[in-house]
Design a protein around this ligand. Structure first.
Ligand code: PLP
Length: 382
């Protein structure tokens, strides 16, 4: 079977000549850093409001992550704070378009150019988002995407990499030939089964209960989880750098056929939140005309986050929480990942305050109304 269909759809979408498919988004980042030649002693700047797997991909290669704080309005790295993160060892900058909100690319690119360092875009939460009418994923030397369950679209776990530089693409290709593990029969079967179960069982009202069960099974090693236990302490599992299975690529191709529908649905639901939140006393996200976000989840700050999340779980309202720590998930040993408490105060505040509202296709307008009503009854504005 061939993965070419999904691959070529990705290339077309981003008008890029090079793309690659992996088992997870983190494998795409790993491949990029390695192909760029980054190694022991080098540093990479990463927003301090991210998933643990991002610094892990660097640390596996001996690269030190250095964290830049976020802007409280966009949840993306603050361009003004980049200079203080720079050292002579800085070799790359990862920009993450959080929640689907594009980063402020003009000043970021200007800064990175002045230092001569490449930009890698983390598009795991942004598919179709635009800045200055250009797609996120087309600004950097490379951009990586995730097909995990909660992302813009799911390939039942999965990762995509778009490379916007032909020389780098050759190096990634070589790495893939040399090092990438092909998914074995058992893995393919498990992934396929999980994808079927997901289709049948997950609805907005069952999401949270099923997530709890999935995480438990994953800890027991019974399903292919998003992260293994060892990964939380920075040790990569043996199948870390693996390719995507044919079933995942097939799902990806189907998702690409529906991508415009997916995007317009998310825009419609997000526009509803944008309009309703101020009416019930909450602060909507305010962005100027350069930004055209496709929200994967819509962020909102509350003064009683724990209470809101607990009540949402009880009442089966699909309100989520990213990121619960500057390096998600909560309980991460931050020191181990070179994060010093207090180094990104806005990230830490966002981790305390922000909950997120769903925008995906299974959220009807009626369900979105229920989410807003729930927030009105349970949430306290910041
Ligand atoms: C999910 C996510 C990743 C990792 O994606 P995987 O496919 O789980 O490896 C990286 N960065 C961000 C911002 C994410 O949300």
């Amino acid at each position: 079977m061939k993965n070419n269909d999904f691959d070529s759809k990705i290339k077309n979408y981003f008008t890029s000549s090079n793309s690659f498919l992996f088992s997870k988004g983190r494998a795409s980042l790993y491949a990029t850093l390695k192909a760029l030649g980054l190694t022991q002693g080098d540093e990479v700047i990463i927003p301090g409001y991210t998933c643990l797997v991002v610094p892990t991909a660097a640390q596996i290669l001996g690269i030190k992550p250095v964290y830049v704080d976020i802007d409280p309005q966009t949840y993306n790295l603050s361009p003004q704070k980049l200079e203080s993160c720079y050292t002579e060892n800085t070799k790359a900058l990862i920009v993450q378009h959080t929640y689907g909100i594009p980063c402020d690319m003009d000043p970021i690119m200007e800064w990175a150019d002045s230092k001569g360092i490449p930009i890698i875009e983390d598009c795991c939460l942004a598919f179709g988002s635009k800045y200055n009418d250009c797609l996120c994923g087309t600004f950097g030397i490379a951009a990586y995407f995730s097909g995990q369950w909660n992302k813009p679209f799911s390939t039942g776990l999965g990762g995509m990499l778009v490379v916007n530089d032909d020389d780098l693409a050759v190096k990634v290709e070589q790495l893939v030939d040399k090092e990438m593990i092909q998914p074995g029969m058992i893995h393919r079967l498990r992934i396929w089964l999980q994808m079927q179960l997901y289709e049948w069982l997950v609805t907005p009202r069952t999401t949270q209960a099923i997530t709890t069960i999935y995480r438990t099974l994953s800890k027991m090693g019974l399903v292919v989880g998003s992260s293994t236990k060892s990964e939380y302490s920075g040790v990569p599992p043996k199948n870390y750098f693996m390719g995507m299975t044919p079933a995942q690529a097939k799902k990806g191709a189907r998702e690409m056929e529906k991508i415009e529908e997916n995007i317009s649905h998310r825009k419609q639901i997000a526009a509803f939140y944008q309009e309703e939140l101020p009416k019930i006393g909450f602060q909507p996200v305010e962005l100027n005309g350069r930004y055209d976000p496709v929200y994967v989840r819509y962020p909102v700050r509350v003064a009683n986050k724990k209470e809101v999340l607990e009540a949402a779980y009880r009442e089966r309202v699909e309100i989520g929480s990213w990121f619960e720590s500057p390096l998600h998930p909560e309980g991460t040993d931050l020191q181990r990942f070179h994060y010093t408490h207090g180094c990104c105060p806005e990230s830490e505040r966002a981790a305390r305050e922000v909950v997120n509202l769903p925008t995906h296709r299974k959220i009807s307008m009626k369900e979105a109304e229920r989410v807003v009503k729930f927030l009105y009854q349970t949430g306290k504005p910041c």
